[in-house]
Design a binder for this molecule. Structure first.
Ligand SMILES: [Zn+2]
Ligand SMILES: [Zn+2]
Ligand SMILES: [Zn+2]
Ligand SMILES: [Zn+2]
Length: 253
C-alpha cells in the first residue's frame, strides 16, 4: 500500500521510491536529471519531493546513435554512451571545453552522453540536447539547427552565449537555430532563455486571446525587424509550453 506523505517538506520514506507522473504545467522548470532549464508543458513530476524531469529524461538509454546533425558532423554515426558526468579521455585534445555541452555550449552538471572521436576530441552533451539532434520531426526543435559563428546571435548579440567555453571550435561547438533572413541566428541556449523570459512576462490575454509580451533587448539591432522575427519563433516555444493564444504582440523594450 502506498504511504501517504503530507506537508511541504515531505519526502518519501527510505523504503518508498519517487513516483513520477506525467503532468502539464505552464511554468519553466529545471530537470533533475540533466539540470537543464526548460519550458515544456509536459513533464514528469514526483509530488513527494517536487522534482521534475523531462519526458526524455525519465529513462535514459545507456547508449544512443546520433546523426547526421548539422553539416553532417555525425555522418560517421558515433555512438554516445551515458555517463554520470561529462567525460574527458587521457589523450583528449579538448580539455578546456570537454565539460561543456557540444550543442548548447553550457557546462554539464550531471549526466552526459559522451563519444570520443578519432581526432581525440571528447564530445559531451546534455541528455536533453542530445535529444534535440535525434529527430527531424521533434516538435521541441523550433527551427533548423546549424553550426558556425559568422554572425552574432540575435538574442545575446554575441558569438557565444554567456557561460559557454571560449575554447570550443567554431565549426561544431555551440549550435544555433537558423532564423529568417539568412544572416540571423539564435543560440539553442538563448532560445530557451527567451521563451522562459516570455513565459514570465505574459501578463494577460486580451479579449481576442492575444498575448502581449515585453522582452528586454540585448543588442541594438533594428527593433522592428527583430520583433517580427522573434514573435514568429516565440510562437513555437509558447505552444510547446502549453500556452493557448490567437496571436503574439512582442515589444522589445
Ligand atoms: Zn520524489
Ligand atoms: Zn532532462
Ligand atoms: Zn546542452
Ligand atoms: Zn545567444
Amino acid at each position: 500500500m502506498a504511504a501517504v506523505v503530507t506537508g511541504p517538506d515531505a519526502k518519501p520514506a527510505a523504503s518508498h521510491r519517487c513516483r513520477f507522473e506525467l503532468k502539464k504545467y505552464k511554468t519553466a522548470f529545471t530537470c533533475q536529471v540533466c539540470r537543464v532549464e526548460s519550458y515544456d508543458a509536459e513533464r514528469y513530476r514526483c509530488n513527494h519531493c517536487g522534482e521534475d524531469r523531462h519526458m526524455g529524461c525519465i529513462r535514459l538509454a545507456d547508449e544512443i546513435k546520433l546523426g547526421p546533425g548539422p553539416k553532417n558532423i555525425f555522418s560517421t554515426g558515433p555512438v554516445f554512451m551515458l555517463f554520470d558526468t561529462p567525460q574527458k579521455g587521457r589523450n583528449s585534445k579538448n580539455e578546456k571545453w570537454a565539460k561543456n555541452c557540444l550543442v548548447c555550449g553550457m557546462p554539464i552538471r550531471h549526466y552526459s552522453y559522451h563519444a570520443q572521436t578519432t581526432g581525440n576530441k571528447d564530445l559531451n552533451m546534455h541528455p536533453r540536447c542530445a535529444e534535440l539532434t535525434t529527430f527531424n520531426t521533434n516538435s521541441r526543435v523550433p527551427l533548423e539547427l546549424q553550426t558556425g559563428e559568422r554572425h552574432s546571435c540575435v538574442w545575446c548579440g554575441k558569438k557565444r552565449p554567456e557561460g559557454a567555453s571560449p575554447a570550443g571550435p567554431t565549426d561544431f561547438y555551440c549550435w544555433s537555430y537558423r532564423l529568417t533572413g539568412g544572416r540571423n541566428r539564435i543560440h539553442v541556449h538563448c532560445y530557451t532563455e527567451m521563451v522562459i523570459e516570455a513565459l514570465k512576462s505574459i501578463a494577460q490575454l486580451d479579449d481576442d486571446d492575444n498575448i502581449h509580451i515585453v522582452l528586454k533587448r540585448r543588442r541594438s539591432s533594428d527593433r522592428n525587424e527583430l520583433e517580427s522575427i522573434l514573435s514568429e519563433v516565440l510562437k513555437i516555444g509558447l505552444d510547446v509550453a502549453g500556452i493557448g493564444f490567437t496571436d503574439i504582440f512582442l515589444d522589445l523594450a
